[in-house]
Ligand binder design. Structure first.
Ligand SMILES: *Cc1c(COP(=O)(O)O)cnc(C)c1O
Length: 380
C-alpha cells in the first residue's frame, strides 16, 4: 500500500465485525463482559486496551512503517513512557534545540530521578559521539527542530546509535510520516505529539509511539499499562479521522509554507527566516535527502530585533491566530521566548537562536494570498 492509501486504510482491516461500519466504532466503555474468568474477546479493561484505541494504534504503526503503535494522553505522556525504559545512572544524548516541554520533562522530572541528559547541537552529527559513554542508553532527536528548523541527519545519527548499541528515538511531530519516516532511516522509536498534524484540527491532545521491534514494543506496552497515561476512545476516533486527510493537508501545508517563507524572505521588516526549503539553509541538502517536502513550520526574526517589534507583529495578525500549538488546519503564530519556550532559561534559549524577536508560524491550509496579505499588514 502506498502512503496516501495507508493514511486512509492502513491498519484498519475489519474494524467492526458486528456491523461492518467503515469507521471504527467509539467503544466508550471501561470494561468488557467475560464469559468465564479470563474468558474475554481480547479486551478486559480500557487502560490495558480499547478497540477504538487499538484501531488508531494499528493505523499509526501502518503509516510510520512500523509494527507496533501505542497511543497516549499527550505527546509528553508518550515521551514520559519512553524515559521510563531507563534507570538511575543511565544517560541520554538529546538534541539541544528542543521542544520546551520535552526539555522541562527531561531536566525537571527525569534528572531528579537520576537520569543524565546531554544537550548537543546535532546539525553537524560529528559532535554527538564524544558525549556517549558506557552509561548512554539512547539518543533523542527532534527534526526539524522547534523552533529553529534545524535539520538533523537521522541516518547518520542512527549509524552512531547502532555502533554503540543504543536506542535512537525521533520526535517526528513537525515532519509527520508524510514528510519523513525515521524507522526507515534506522530509528528504533518514532514519537509524535498527535495533538499537532496527526490530529490536525486543533481539537485533541494526544501522543504516540511507533516501533518495529517486538521486545521493545512489549516493554513500552508494559509501561503504557502500568503507568496508565492512555488516551480515551473519543480522542482516538478524532485522531483516526484526522489521519485520513493527513497527506492532503500536508501537501497544502507545504505549498503554503513555501509561499509564506519566500514572502517573508523578501520583506524589508524581516531579518532572518528559518525554513529548511531555502537553498542557503545550512542543512538544506539533508532536508532534501530525508524529507519529501519542507513543511509549513517557519520561524523568523523582525528587522528591528526587539521583543516589542515581535509582540506587535503577532498582536496585529488577523488570519493567523496568536496561540500555542501548531499543525492544525488554521494558521497560528507564536512567540517562542514568552510562550512555548518560556520554560527554557534565557541563556539556553539564546544559545540556540531563540531570541526575543523570534516569531514562529504554523502555516495552515487557508488561501495562501490571505495569509500573505495578513503578514503584510501585520509587518507594516
Ligand atoms: C507539542 C509537542 C510535544 C508535546 O506534545 P503534547 O501533545 O503537547 O504533550 C512534543 N514535541 C514536539 C515537537 C511538540 O511540538
Amino acid at each position: 500500500m502506498k502512503f496516501n492509501t495507508k493514511t486512509i486504510h492502513g491498519g484498519l482491516e475489519n474494524v467492526d465485525p458486528a456491523y461492518g461500519s467503515v469507521m471504527p466504532p467509539i467503544y466508550q466503555t471501561t470494561t468488557y463482559k467475560q464469559s468465564t474468568p479470563g474468558g474475554h474477546k481480547g479486551f478486559e479493561y480500557s487502560r490495558s486496551g480499547n478497540p477504538t484505541r487499538a484501531a488508531l494504534e494499528n493505523a499509526l504503526a501502518s503509516i510510520e512503517n512500523g509494527k507496533f503503535g501505542l497511543a497516549f494522553g499527550s505527546g509528553l505522556a508518550a515521551i514520559d513512557a519512553v524515559l521510563k525504559l531507563f534507570k538511575p545512572g543511565d544517560e541520554i544524548v538529546s538534541t539541544n534545540d528542543l521542544y520546551g516541554g520535552s526539555y522541562r520533562l527531561f531536566t525537571r522530572i527525569f534528572e531528579n530521578m537520576g537520569i543524565k541528559f546531554h544537550f548537543v547541537p546535532m546539525g553537524d552529527t560529528s559532535g554527538i559521539e564524544e558525549h556517549i559513554n558506557e552509561n548512554t542508553k539512547m539518543i533523542w532527536v527532534e527534526t526539524p527542530t522547534n523552533p529553529m528548523m534545524n535539520i538533523i541527519d537521522i541516518e547518520s545519527v542512527s549509524k552512531i546509535a547502532k555502533k554503540h548499541n543504543i536506542l535512537l528515538a525521533v520526535d517526528n511531530t513537525f515532519a509527520t510520516a508524510y514528510l519523513q519516516q525515521p524507522l526507515e532511516m534506522g530509528a528504533d522509536i518514532v514519537m509524535h505529539s498527535a495533538t499537532k498534524y496527526l490530529g490536525g484540527h486543533s481539537d485533541v491532545v494526544m501522543g504516540s509511539l511507533v516501533v518495529k521491534d517486538k521486545a521493545l514494543a512489549e516493554k513500552l506496552y508494559f509501561i503504557q499499562n502500568a503507568s496508565g497515561a492512555i488516551c480515551g476512545p473519543m480522542d482516538s476516533f478524532l485522531v483516526l479521522r484526522g489521519l485520513k486527510t493527513l497527506h492532503v493537508r500536508m501537501q497544502r501545508h507545504c505549498e503554503n509554507g513555501a509561499a509564506v517563507a519566500n514572502f517573508l524572505k523578501s520583506h524589508p521588516r524581516v531579518d532572518k527566516v528559518y525554513w529548511p526549503g531555502f537553498e542557503d539553509h545550512p542543512n538544506h541538502e539533508i532536508a532534501k535527502k530525508q524529507m519529501n517536502g519542507f513543511g509549513g513550520m517557519i520561524s523568523f526574526t523582525t528587522a528591528e530585533g526587539t521583543l516589542e517589534s515581535a509582540v506587535k507583529v503577532v498582536e496585529n495578525l488577523k488570519v493567523f491566530t496568536l496561540a500555542e500549538s501548531l499543525g492544525g488546519v488554521e494558521s497560528l503564530a507564536g512567540h517562542p521566548a514568552s510562550m512555548t519556550h518560556a520554560s527554557i532559561p534565557k541563556e539556553e534559549r539564546a544559545k540556540t537562536g531563540v531570541v526575543d524577536s523570534l516569531i514562529r508560524l504554523s502555516v495552515g491550509i487557508e488561501d495562501e494570498e490571505d495569509l500573505m496579505d495578513d503578514l503584510k499588514q501585520a509587518l507594516g
